[in-house]
Design a protein around this ligand. Structure first.
Ligand SMILES: [Zn+2]
Length: 304
């Protein structure tokens, strides 16, 4: 007999498979992101079977997954589940990874009345590391990588900088590259704070699909990552003092982009636009020892 958490896990797997299938159609996603651009003429005739091999394979594996008895049981069981799980049921045992930071986003959906109490952004960060210089920044990067939820690296476009430095001094990083495996890559454009302040400022964040090999100033082919980049730009405009740990924490919450439902409508996909909830709002925690968590919201649901 499958437990509700088994059922949810099964449904999450199905959602991931659907998303993988969706991503396997590059021309569809590209045309959504750039509707007005004429299609480039191919140099040589493209072999259709080869071009769509990945798409056909993804559809086949999705079909196989859906026809499994365990999936069918999950669908039937899901219809009997209550729409919102009671809070007690969600107090599951946490993994060590989730205990180490406020990276966890698995929360019960909150009710409409609670939304008015939401602070869109945290006032303090919970990493326990204050980034003042290159050394503390490197320490923070190691701290994040040790948690194993996302991967963080320094990324610099110019290799010339490195050749001109003397001794062990490394050229100042221009970008931090954050990777959520199999989902997305985020470039954080960082700069030292001005006016005698210590630490770094996050100037811009741009998001790409995990398999897109593009430079930070390029545009992604995926409309969902365009929307996230746009949202993060508005976040940084409203909170120019947002520090690196806060932005890394926010970005880490996107690892559940396709599985964590919207805090307003409770669904993973919006009726219009066919997008998952791309916004993240900071909800301070009522529990002691926990600062808060990022709640997903559709950009369309933000207007309701
Ligand atoms: Zn919604």
């Amino acid at each position: 007999m499958a437990t509700p958490s088994d059922v949810r896990e099964n449904l999450r797997n199905i959602l991931s498979a659907i998303q993988a299938t969706r991503n396997a159609f590059p021309t569809v996603n590209a045309s959504q992101a750039r509707p007005l651009q004429p299609r480039a003429q191919p140099q040589a005739p493209i072999s259709l079977p080869t071009k769509f091999n990945a798409a056909f394979a993804a559809v086949n594996s999705l079909e196989e997954l859906i026809s499994r008895p365990s999936t069918q049981e999950a669908f039937i069981a899901a219809q009997k589940l209550p729409p919102a799980p009671p809070k007690v049921a969600m107090k599951r045992k946490r993994s060590p990874v989730e205990n180490t930071a406020s990276l966890s986003t698995k929360r019960p959906s909150i009710h409409r009345a609670e939304i008015s109490n939401v602070n869109a952004f945290p006032t303090t960060t919970s990493s326990g590391i204050t980034i003042e210089d290159q050394e503390t920044l490197e320490k923070f990067v190691r701290h994040v990588n040790a948690q194993g939820v996302v991967r963080l690296h320094f990324w610099s476009r110019s290799k010339i900088n490195h050749q001109h430095t003397d001794g062990p001094q490394i050229a100042k990083p221009r970008y931090l590259r954050l990777t959520i495996p199999d989902l997305l890559v985020a470039y954080l454009d960082i700069a030292e704070r001005q006016g005698g302040k210590k630490g770094y400022q996050v100037l811009l964040v741009t998001i790409f699909g995990a398999r897109e090999r593009k430079l930070p100033h390029c545009a992604t082919d995926f409309s969902v990552f365009v929307k996230i980049s746009q949202y993060l730009t508005s976040v940084l405009q409203n909170h120019p003092d947002a520090d690196i740990p806060t932005m890394v924490d926010l970005l880490s919450s996107y690892r559940e982009l396709y599985t964590e439902p919207c805090m307003v409508c409770g669904s993973c996909w919006s009726m219009e636009g066919d997008l998952p909830p791309v916004q993240r709002l900071w909800v301070p925690s009522q529990e002691s020892g926990e600062q808060g968590h990022w709640m997903p919201r559709h950009y369309l649901c933000a207007r309701t």
